[in-house]
Design a binder for this molecule. Sequence first.
Ligand code: NAP
Length: 271
Amino acid sequence: MMHLPDFGFGTTQFWYGDDRNSFACMEKAVKEYGITMIDTAEMYGSGECEKAVGKLIRKAGRDSLTIVDKILPENAHQRNFFRSLERSLRLLGTDYIDLYLLHWREDADLEEMSSLMEQAKAQGKILHWGVSNFDVHDMEELLACPDGKYCEVNQVLYNILHRGIEFDLQPFCTEKQIALMAYNSLDLSRMRSQLKKIPEIQEILKKEAVSIEGLMLEFVRSHGVCALFQTASIGHLDDDLRNTGFDYSQYSNIIDSLYPAPSHRIPLEKR
Ligand SMILES: NC(=O)c1ccc[n+]([C@@H]2O[C@H](COP(=O)([O-])OP(=O)(O)OC[C@H]3O[C@@H](n4cnc5c(N)ncnc54)[C@H](OP(=O)(O)O)[C@@H]3O)[C@@H](O)[C@H]2O)c1
């Protein structure tokens, strides 16, 4: 099972916005907050985000970083797989990717995809591989493929307000020794601003001198899931990571009573 860090920094903000601020945030996250994992994808900005990660690799050094990249399902077959992988390696300016994920399932042939992942691993071009946005039935199909058992990670939507995976996907992945990684850890909906108005939550934020975003990251981490997040604002970055690392378990009953884990199956939410 691949060991994942508590937090990873995402890169879609390079796609949507101001590159200079986004880069400054990514660099500060690495240099000052000790973030080591950077998450990107061939889809993000059609390679622009990978290029930005390449610049970070040149500045911070390859060995200090764990690079996660994702291949589109439309490229995860014999004809395009290595072309996509080589392009990503070229844009990143590295000769290996730490963790290579199938971005989502769509109509990818899982037997072919997992075999190609294993070939890339044998060539040293990737160190680990996994999938993203796979629900339990997708994982079952993958694990039934000859090379499916080598899948090490599933990256899925998960946060304090969207706890569906806790009912079935997380126990399944734990049993199969597949690590989970969360995107949307901070939740993009308006609900986030509502959260910090709840008196019990306000009390936690005050006691720990932590932001609502910091509490949301801790929620994910404390559930054994690597929390991806992103920001293009230095002020937000400082808010997100300020005083994280507190003992979340003392507050888990409060959070669980406000936002309980599901008592029934919820199909995997995606974005
Ligand atoms: N596998 C997949 O299908 C998939 C899907 C989506 C994302 N991802 C990955 O996950 C990474 C994380 O991104 P996400 O889209 O899931 O979003 P997220 O990190 O949950 O939320 C990011 C949003 O929160 C805002 N934010 C951050 N800190 C804030 C603060 N202190 N105060 C107010 N707003 C704050 C950011 O805006 P500002 O820039 O203004 O701070 C941004 O709009 C992505 O970069 C990508 O690498 C993967």
